[in-house]
Design a protein around this ligand. Structure first.
Ligand code: UD1
Length: 336
């Protein structure tokens, strides 16, 4: 572990009380960084923020607040997780997504430039690709989002590209595939109620917290007819941010757009089988029609992040991801 005294500046994590952000906060702290968190607690939880971090409750678009945090906390890099993440909601309420994910990011980026922040890491998404022509998906393939969620993130990527060309700041845009699992030490996990993501939904069902799991589509052109996704462990993803930060610091002239995935996929049925095996459950499975906008298969080509950074997956195993998700769900159930 590196001493905090050796770190050149502090890191601001927006959305640090949320699912992925709270794991990134742990990874940064465990690596010796000094961390400040800015979160409005709309979907995040104050308890999810490790007490070693400095916590600020507020909005990323509050320019006065952000300017004060950047100056007082000595911030040199921002990891920007704050935003909205539910694809169907983005279809029903696009302006919410263009405000939270695009307009508010614009405000934060402007605050970063004004405050002399040199490095910016943005939570982007595989949803920027839309329905790819072929898999695995490479970063240089066309980005044609099929929902406002993906578009709201792609617009922020576009802003970062232009801003990095004009100002002394570089960025990493990390296109996450399907993030799942929980901290192996059980310190945090996915906690927001009303989840729609498959592994979260499945572990809730396994523990009797919901009656069944709907399978959205059994007629895809995949080996078993159900949707295939590249599930990445949230702690591996958090670790990727640390390596990207080091890479941005090492060469301030370069920015990076990087897929974050393992390069292999699992079907809905394979996920449910894994949950049943590990939980000793037999989840009630209800076959449903395809969900609007769901591609058959989405798998990352991760060769760019492997070539650009020293990051290597450590938890790339479906049963490990599911076991950690299950352990966290049991913690939540015990609290309720
Ligand atoms: C979507 C985005 C992803 C984004 C994430 C954020 C796309 C293509 N992907 O992931 O980029 O980061 O949301 O919220 O827009 N499924 C079921 N039953 C369920 C839930 C899901 O069968 O109850 C299936 C889905 O049809 C899909 C797979 O499980 O095949 C994964 O779905 P989900 O966990 O919702 O994530 P994505 O939609 O892939």
């Amino acid at each position: 572990m590196t001493s905090a005294a050796l770190r050149p500046f502090s890191v601001l994590v927006t959305g640090g009380a949320g699912y992925i952000g709270s794991h990134a906060v742990l990874a940064l702290l465990d690596a010796g960084w000094q961390v400040s968190v800015l979160d409005n607690l709309v979907t995040g939880f104050r308890w999810a923020v490790d007490p070693r971090a400095r916590f600020h409750e507020g909005d990323i678009a509050d320019e006065v607040l952000v300017a004060r945090i950047l100056a007082e906390d000595g911030i040199g890099a921002i990891l920007h997780f704050a935003g909205s993440v539910v694809v169907p909601e983005s279809v029903a309420d696009p302006l919410k997504y263009y405000r939270n994910n695009t307009a508010n990011s614009r405000s934060l980026i402007e605050s970063a430039v004004r405050g002399g922040v040199r490095h910016f890491i943005f939570s982007s998404t595989a949803a920027t690709y839309g329905t790819p022509d072929s898999i695995p998906v490479r970063e240089d393939m066309p980005t044609v989002p099929i929902n406002p969620y993906g578009m709201s993130k792609l617009m922020t990527e576009a802003m970062l590209k232009d801003v990095a060309a004009a100002h002394p700041i570089n960025y990493g845009a990390l296109r996450y595939f399907n993030v799942a699992g929980a901290d192996p030490q059980g310190r945090t996990g996915q906690s927001t109620a009303g989840a729609t993501h498959l592994i979260k939904v499945a572990v809730e069902a396994a523990l009797g917290r919901r009656p069944e799991v709907a399978i959205f589509g059994t007629d895809f052109e995949t080996p078993d007819g159900t949707g295939v996704r590249d599930y990445i462990h949230v702690s591996d993803l958090a670790d990727a941010h640390l390596h990207v930060l080091d890479t941005l610091i090492a060469d301030p002239a370069r920015s990076h757009v990087l897929n974050c995935g393992y390069g292999r996929g699992f079907s809905v049925l394979e996920v449910l089988d894994s949950v049943d095996r590990l939980a000793g459950s037999s989840i009630v499975r209800r076959m449903e029609p395809r969900r609007a906008g769901d591609p058959a298969a989405l798998i990352a080509d991760n060769s760019r992040i492997l070539a650009t950074t020293p990051w290597r997956p450590r938890l790339a195993d479906l049963d490990t991801i599911v076991a950690h998700a299950l352990a966290w769900e049991r913690t939540l159930a015990a609290r309720a």
